[in-house]
Write a protein that binds this ligand. Structure first.
Ligand SMILES: *Cc1c(COP(=O)(O)O)cnc(C)c1O
Length: 494
């Protein structure tokens, strides 16, 4: 399988090369040159275990891996690390189906890909005979950071540096990152928002002088954000799984369509759903949910992407984003794989913070619906579903629920719906607790305990073990100092 840059100038790679590279040298993102079709029957897929199905989905993309190598990666990722027996349970509540992607080590959906990516990275480094240590740079709105730190902790041949926006992640997310263990993990907050962190991170990944300097020390850079193709493909597997489980549970007849609603920020998760659709999962609408940072809602409604607006810190912080990286991949596919169009739109975004999609792209946008929820609507949605079905959603998943419900009512669309449930409610315990009427507590761990007592839902092991952990990474730096932070970190290792 060939992977190409969305901007058409960087060299083509196989999967291994694309994973190591992270972001293409022309600033584009690697995409598969084609979408292999799912060839077996839904009855066959429905009878498979998660790991087996994931191998089916990934195999054609990772065709330089042997079956044994792929199986070893998948076993390493999902055996013993996910609390749900079937890895990704599909629950029903509020008239929808919730794809619970958060039963991994750090209690958010990022674990689905980031538990697997380190295994794929290691195998790729061997295949590509890479002799440098890979330094993985991460910018995070909260959940990617800790999932990547956990995934790459003490993985030979790698180190990882995480930047998160100071004061703009949830208390649990901050504790998770600042207490991260491992001899190869580095974390600091930056004064700025997520977009600042991601823009600077991308600039560092494309900084030739910096690459040369760290290259002389035996290092090269990669990325663990969803700009890395190694993040996207493992996510495709769970949308195939979702449909198979819908068939298995009798919620849909094999071959009939479902709608999929994804609370979105950097647009990686929903793009994976779109990839699954290209592979043959019967999907009608893909519904893109946003919070008050609703740049994507406006884009899907008008075809104009306009990031010139206020940035809000909300109670769904992992979606507080105005520059959604992965939209670039959708633009590429919908333009008929035209890198010149992508280059032009991305140049406009960089210089004017705005662009208008071409007519071809606009036509493709009709596969999507979009909407947003403000903070009060999020809390109301959590309260509503909890009261009705005793089912607890986190603040991000609640965006998905609210936006799906609005869409279904307005469009009169009663297609069975799967909502991506992206985080454990305990990751945002104070907000979720307030939504179901619990008294505010001063301390996040008290909020977690109160929520557990009220709901009877077990606290995920990755959060239960946090209490009393030592802060290991206390730094906060200016955005302008990220480059020096990276240089000094690498120097300190050699
Ligand atoms: C990252 C994240 C999102 C947004 O996912 P994207 O792939 O960036 O669109 C939504 N919810 C939670 C809990 C997240 O961690």
């Amino acid at each position: 399988m060939i992977f190409r840059s969305t901007r058409g100038i960087a060299p083509e790679k196989n999967f291994s090369g694309a994973v190591i590279q992270g972001i293409a040298s022309d600033k584009g993102l690697y995409v598969p040159a084609e979408f292999p079709k799912l060839e077996k029957s839904w009855e066959t897929y429905a009878a498979m275990e998660y790991k087996e199905l994931a191998a089916e989905v990934l195999r054609p993309y990772l065709d330089e891996f042997t079956d044994e190598e792929l199986k070893a990666c998948i076993d390493g990722a999902y055996t013993g690390k996910f609390e749900a027996e079937d890895v990704v349970p599909l629950a029903s509540a509020g008239g929808a189906h919730f794809l619970e992607l958060y039963h991994g080590p750090t209690a958010a959906f990022k674990d689905m890909a980031l538990a697997l990516m380190p295994y794929m990275m290691r195998a790729a480094l061997v295949k590509e005979k890479e002799d440098k240590t890979v330094c993985i740079l991460v910018s995070t709105s909260g959940d990617t950071g800790i999932a990547a730190l956990k995934g790459f902790e003490d993985v030979p041949g790698t180190c990882i540096i995480v930047f998160f926006p100071d004061g703009a992640v949830s208390p649990v997310q901050e504790i998770q990152m600042r207490t991260a263990t491992g001899s190869n993990t580095y974390v600091t907050s930056i004064f700025g928002n997520f977009d600042d962190a991601q823009t600077t991170q991308k600039a560092l990944l494309n900084d030739p002088a910096l690459a040369e300097e760290v290259g002389a020390l035996g290092y090269r850079f990669s990325a663990a954000n969803s700009m890395n193709a190694g993040r996207l493909l493992p996510q495709v597997a769970y949308y195939v799984w979702a449909y198979a489980q819908m068939v298995k549970q009798g919620a849909v007849k094999a071959g009939d369509p479902i709608n999929v609603c994804v609370p979105s920020g950097n647009f990686g998760n929903i793009l994976s759903a779109w990839y699954a659709k290209q592979m043959g999962v019967p999907m009608n609408k893909l519904i893109c949910g946003s919070n008050k940072n609703n740049v994507l809602t406006d884009f899907f409604h008008t075809g104009v992407y306009d990031a010139r607006r206020d940035f809000y810190v909300t109670n769904s912080p992992s979606m507080d984003i105005l520059i959604s990286s992965n939209l670039e991949r959708l633009l590429y596919h919908l333009s008929g794989n035209d890198p010149a169009v992508v280059r032009s739109l991305m140049e406009q975004l960089a210089s004017e913070k705005r662009y208008e999609a071409t007519d071809a792209i606009k036509a493709g946008l009709s596969q999507f619906a979009a909407g947003y929820a403000n903070e009060d609507e999020i809390l109301a949605a959590i309260g509503e579903v909890y009261e009705k079905d005793h089912y607890l959603m986190d603040t991000h998943t609640a965006v998905g629920y609210k936006v799906w419900k609005d869409y279904a009512a307005i469009a009169g669309d009663d297609t069975p719906a799967v909502i991506a449930s992206t985080a454990s409610p305990y990751k945002f315990a104070a907000a979720v607790g307030s939504a179901i009427g619990l008294k505010p507590t001063g301390d996040e761990f008290e909020a977690i305990a109160a929520l557990e007592q009220a709901s009877g839902v077990k606290v995920p092991y990755g959060l239960a073990e946090l209490k009393g952990r030592k802060l290991l990474h206390e730094g906060a730096i200016r955005r302008e100092d990220m480059r020096d932070f990276v240089r000094e970190t690498i120097k300190s290792r050699v």
